[in-house]
Write a protein that binds this ligand. Sequence first.
Ligand code: CTP
Ligand code: MG
Length: 553
Amino acid sequence: MALVRRVNNSFGFVLNTFYCKCIVNIKKLKRESNIMRYSNLAGAEILEDYQTFAQMIKFRQTEAKKSVIIKISEVSHIEHLKQFCECYARIVNIFPYNTIDNNRFVLMECSSDKDVEALRKIAVCKASPEYAHCVTPFFLYKPRFKLHINQKTLNKDNYEYYSNFETPNLDEINQSLKKIESVSNQMMFLYNALRITELNIRLRFYTATQISYYLSQLFINLSVVPFGSSVNGFGQIGCDLDLLCKTNISSDDKSGWKKFLFMTQVIPLVDRNEQKHFLDVVGTIMRTCIPGITDVKKILEARVPIIKFRNLYTNMQCDLSSTNMTALHMSELLYLYGQLDRRVKPLVFTIRKWARNMNLTKENPGQWITNFSLTLLILFYLQTKDILPSLTSIKIFSDKSNTIDNFDWFLKWKNTVSSNDESLSKLLCEFFEYYSFFDFKTQGLCLRDGITKVKKDVSPLYIYNPFNPSLNVSKNVTISELLRLVEHFQRAFHIMVYSTEKDTLVKLINFDLNLTINNGFNNKNKSEFINEKFIPNVTDTNNLQKMEKNIIK
Ligand code: CTP
Ligand code: MG
């Protein structure tokens, strides 16, 4: 709570404006390529249908509430299912998909949540007296008689069938990259190939709405909201779904009648022990009552207690935490940065893919850099290039414009700094160069002010938390992982300088650590590249370990 208060006191004003709005009639979200409104040039055209983070979340939540998921056994049943449902509801969109274990589903979007209610009314449950049947938002379409499909009239092309929930295969990516001449276009290709799809976004919000649906039967003011890479614009196919429980302040003041109240049991979610207890209960409910949920693991002793689970029907690996509003504000900040300049996302996607293939980031958290910290490294670098504003600049310029919801403030900021129109390729090369020679020994990255600042302790990598400068976001990174990272920055910089344009990205994301490259970087000349003076030494790390022990004590 103290953290949230601190956020509110400082830059919360920026973010709160997003939350305090009542959004009506939000236009249908266009494909992401259409809503990227800024070119790299100052004064670029602003499209009218820009959505703030809060609007986007609200839009997707509304979309999820008017959608249903129906299991089918045959693709050929889709047309009949549609005809059947249209007798009771107005259908707007149909997305058929296969799950990893090869079950077939249809995500059906209706025109309103009343249509969903109408479908719920006609659905039946073959309840047996020996079992307690849980309530469910999922349906099963099971035609009673064998359907005689007229193959001539059945047009399977009506429906795009989605099944790829897996990251595209590296060979396929390589083949496609080899056909593209320029590095910048190769980076655009990677971005388009790796980003989460429209269906995947819908399934993420549906999964959150599904958990909300169950919890709302028990808690009056609780909703489940996605955060992290699922919503901040940097999510790649297959990324986990981070969820948090958001408590809402009751707003319905029923004509001032306050004498007749609900008598509720309250759980103080600011207390860590109560949080753990709450998640423990929620985990048990999920394991027992929610269809399609499997592999529930309660990780309650972690710094942030979470429940891990898998939703088989939506193909999602999820982490549910209790109230964690700072993380939601952070997602909002990243979302904003991703929207400000069209080069941000392709750059982040390329570097994330490179880091994953070099084994610098891993699926599980540990002593290595996380995707989140890596993204902050990139955003900071773009601040130094005057492509993105610091948080302080956002505050100053949005104060002057009285709002952050349109981009007038950003144009004003752009006009005060020199306009940077470097290509994606140049930015990528200079990113690797920048961190190859960065003074990690003494300097930390401060995105709040957009400048480097002396580190506050001897953590090898120091990224000041933008909302709480007394915290280091990358505290987990050890000296050996930082060394590995810097070594790879240098190798990557070398590849960028010495490769032909057509080969560059393929070489970057496929670099075999056991091989040396012609005319290039190998272990022999490594010491020439690594400037020891910028790397924290082992004594520092020993001190850090001692410090950590003291804190634990
Ligand atoms: N977060 C944070 N402070 C941290 C770590 C995480 O505020 N020290 C928040 C960020 O909003 C982050 C989110 O928690 O985006 C989820 O963290 P994580 O799953 O580790 O990162 P993602 O951005 O979701 O990236 P990935 O695709 O690897 O899951
Ligand atoms: Mg995540």
